[in-house]
Write a protein that binds this ligand. Sequence first.
Ligand SMILES: *Cc1c(COP(=O)(O)O)cnc(C)c1O
Length: 426
Amino acid sequence: MKDETLCLHAGYEPKNGEPGVMPIVQSTTYRFDSTERIGEIFDHPTEACIYSRFANPTVDAVEKKIAALEGGVGAMCTSSGQAANLLSVLNLCQAGDSILCSSAIYGGTINLFAVTLQRFGIECIFVAPDATEAELDGAFRENTKCVFGETIANPALVVCDIEKFAKVAHKHGVPFLIDNTFATPVLCKPFAFGADIVTHSTTKYMDGHAVQGGGVIVDSGNFDWTTAEARKKFPDFTQPDKSYHGTVYTEEFGKAAYIVKARMQLMRDFGAYPAAHSAFLLNLGLESLAVRMPRYCENAQAVAELLAASDKVESVSYPGLAGDSQHALAEKYLGGRGSGVISFVIKGGKPRAVQFMDGLGLACNEVHVADIRSCVLHPASETHRQLTDEQLAAAGINPGLIRFSCGLENIEDIKADIEQALANVH
Ligand SMILES: *Cc1c(COP(=O)(O)O)cnc(C)c1O
C-alpha cells in the first residue's frame, strides 16, 4: 500500500465490533490467566504486553504504523527524539567504543554524542558531511561500532549522501543509522538507499500539531548480525543475554534482533517509553502526514524563492531551490523536494536577524520546528547556544542564521507576513 493508505490503516486493524479508532489503553498492567502464561510472555516478549515501562497496545499500534511507513521489520517508540537517538547508539556501543558521525546534525544530538556519550566512555568522531569515501575510511577505528547521519540536517539543511555513508559503514562491518526527522518517510525512505536503522523525533512533522513529544527507532532488519565479523563486533546479538535468561536475539527474533534487543535490554532498564495518550495523539498526526508533507514543501519552496529574491537577505539554504548546494542530493534522495524548513541569513548579522524575527506577526517565535503553524527560531542564541563557535561552523550555523519553519497557513498570508517584517528591517 502507498503512504496515504498506510498512514490511515497500518498498525491497527479492528476486528468485528471493535472501535474504529485506535483506543487509548490507559493501563499500566495486563492480566493473564496463570503464572505460567506470564512466564511464557517473558520468554516471547513480542507476543503480548506485560508491563507499560516497555510495552502498551496503543504505542504498539503506532510502532507498527511507523515501521510500515519506513519499510522496516519493527519499531520502538521513545519518550523523545533524544531518547531515540541515545538508545539507537547504546544498542550497539559500550564504554570503550566509538561512533562516526556526520557533523551536519541537530545540535541536541551533537551535545548528546560529544558530551554525554563521552561521559559514558563512548567517543564520537565527527566527519564532514561531504567527506570523500577515502576520508571516511580514514576516520574509522578498530572500535567504531556505527555511523550516524541526518537526512536533512536541522538547521543547516545539509542533505545526507545516504548511499555514500551506508557503503562505507558496511565496508567496515557496521550499521548506518540515520535521523529521518525532517524528511519523514513521505519524502525519503532511507532503507531503500542502504541505511540500516532510522530514528525520528516524532515531536516534529510526524505529530505535526505540537501536542506530543516523542521519538522512534525503526529497524530495517537488513543488517546481518550473524556474519563472522559481526559476531566479533556485536557479540550481544548472537550470544546468550545473561540479563534476559540466556536469550540469543538473532536466534529468537531473526531479522528483528536489533529492535527487540533495544526493547528488552534498554527500554526495560531506562524506561523512556511514551504514554499511551501521547501515542494516540501521535497517531492522529500520522494519519494526515502523507497529505501534509507535500504542502509543507510547496509553501516552503515559495518562501525560499521570496527570500532569495530579497535584497535584505544575504543567503538562503533550502534543498528545494535549484541553485542550492544541496539540490543535487535532494533530487536523489527527496524527489527534489526540500521539506518545510528554510535557513537564511539576513544582511547585518544578529541584530537584524532579531529585528526581523520580532517583526513577524503570523509566524511565531517558539522553540519548535516542523509545526503545523509557521514558526521561527534563531539557532545561535537558542537551540545551539551550548555549541562552541567551531561546532557552530561545523554544523553549518552562521550567527545571523534564522530558521523559518513553514506551516500550513495559506501561502499568501505567510508571504505577506515575511514581506512586512523584511520591510521593517533597517
Ligand atoms: C528535535 C530533533 C531531535 C530531538 O527530538 P526531541 O523530540 O526534541 O527530543 C532530534 N533530531 C532532530 C533532527 C530534531 O529536529
